[in-house]
Design a binder for this molecule. Structure first.
Ligand SMILES: [Zn+2]
Length: 399
């Protein structure tokens, strides 16, 4: 069996995006680029710069951005998919496609834990993880990439299990603490095995999410030392403030803030990371589907909430949901730079916003309007059905 994408035709597929009004790179160190044109070939960014300096001839598709902003497609660092574009949590169809209309082009599974009858024996949990990885590799709703197949740690797993999962293509663990491993010693041992074979880990942080899950406090988070401190602001119930500050100060790992968490605690984590000059560790997720439902605009809402109430410039808040997450999750998306995946979201000021431009509107707490989304160099959607309407939207001038 091959996992490769279907064979492409031999002629290169060239996408030109011109007349970009604001180029938001996703890179925290250089969030705004002095560029108005992006060229992608076969789904990969080939050139970024001024139109006069770039070869824009021979395009299969040309998009006139009409002066709108171009940002990397947003990444949701924390989702709980199950199968296809369906979630049993709220028995909802099409939730991933709805998030695409919120600018999300990449999702990372924190465990397929809502699967009805989820197997908890080791053979069963490995089989389910490999199935989910395969299924979402082959199925991309609207073009959204879902990195799924994230097994939850259960007692009795041995090093060979992680070796086998890695060899089968599993790249992420589900949230540590959602299975039967609930002590730091066992968690640390298993997370180290996972890391040895290239599998990244995330730990649940805070009180229980739903009946059946349990408290993970700062001592267990620090002892386990997973790569990502999952929902440092709780999912939903947050740790006490002093424990959140301790995690920011004493761990070098990624600090994930989620929509389905405690918003005040999220702002505390953001401010603490900012004071520590470690904003690069902050990444964003929704933790949906959840008891609070699915938030198709969850990442856009986080960007506006953290920018307006956390007082960070909008162009930096967008980096938290793009370049930061890509770096912490080792993904080749999230930046507008040559060699990166050509997945983009076109943003503009929502109609009638009091903000004087896109960035000002976000800093005032309004949501951006999505005018188009491109995944892997192909147009996935034009004007979003879910965001407030963008004032200006891009146009396809030749396709
Ligand atoms: Zn959780």
């Amino acid at each position: 069996m091959s996992l490769d994408a279907p064979a492409k035709s031999s002629a290169p597929n060239k996408l030109v995006i011109r007349n970009i009004g604001l180029l938001l790179s996703g890179d925290l160190d250089h969030p705004i680029l002095d560029a108005d044109t992006v060229v992608a070939i076969d789904g990969v960014i080939h050139a970024v710069g001024k139109e006069k300096d770039i070869d824009t001839t021979g395009a299969n598709t040309t998009i006139d951005a009409k002066g709108t902003a171009l940002a990397p497609g947003l990444i949701d660092s924390h989702v709980h998919p199950v199968c296809g574009d369906w979630t049993p949590r709220q028995n909802q169809l099409g939730w991933i496609d709805s998030c695409l209309h919120g600018g999300v082009t990449t999702m990372v599974s924190a465990g397929e834990v809502h699967t009805p009858g989820r197997p908890k024996d080791i053979v069963g949990l490995k089989a389910m993880a490999i199935f989910a990885q395969r299924a979402f590799h082959a199925f991309r709703p609207g073009g959204v990439k879902v990195y799924a197949g994230a097994p939850v740690l259960e007692q009795g797993m041995v090093e060979d299990d992680f070796k086998e999962l890695a060899a089968a293509g599993v790249k992420f663990l589900g949230e540590v603490g959602l299975g039967s491993v609930k002590d730091g010693v066992t968690g640390r041992r298993m997370v180290a095995w996972a890391r040895k074979y290239g599998i990244q880990s995330t730990i649940h942080t805070g009180g229980p999410s739903i009946p059946g899950s349990s408290l993970i406090d700062k001592d267990m988070v620090l002892e386990t030392d997973a790569d990502v401190i999952g929902h440092v602001n709780g999912g939903h119930t947050a740790l006490p403030d002093d424990q959140i500050v301790a995690l920011c100060e004493r761990s070098p790992r990624a600090l994930e803030i989620v929509h389905n968490g405690n918003e005040r605690a999220g702002l505390l984590a953001l401010r603490t990371a900012k004071e520590l000059k470690q904003l690069h560790r902050v990444i964003l997720g929704t933790d949906s589907p959840a008891g609070s439902g699915v938030q198709p605009l969850g990442i856009l809402r986080m960007i506006s909430m953290l920018s307006s109430l956390g007082e960070i410039p909008a162009e930096l808040a967008i980096c938290l949901a793009t370049g930061n997450t890509a770096k912490m999750r080792s993904l080749n998306c999230g930046l507008i730079a040559a060699g990166r995946e050509a997945s983009f979201v076109f943003l503009d000021t929502a109609q009638q916003s009091a903000g004087k431009n896109l960035l000002d509107s976000i800093q005032k707490g309004d949501l951006a309007g999505v005018g188009m989304v491109v995944t892997d160099g192909a147009i996935s959607i034009q004007r979003s059905r879910n965001t407030p309407p963008a004032t200006r939207v891009p146009e396809v001038v030749r396709a």
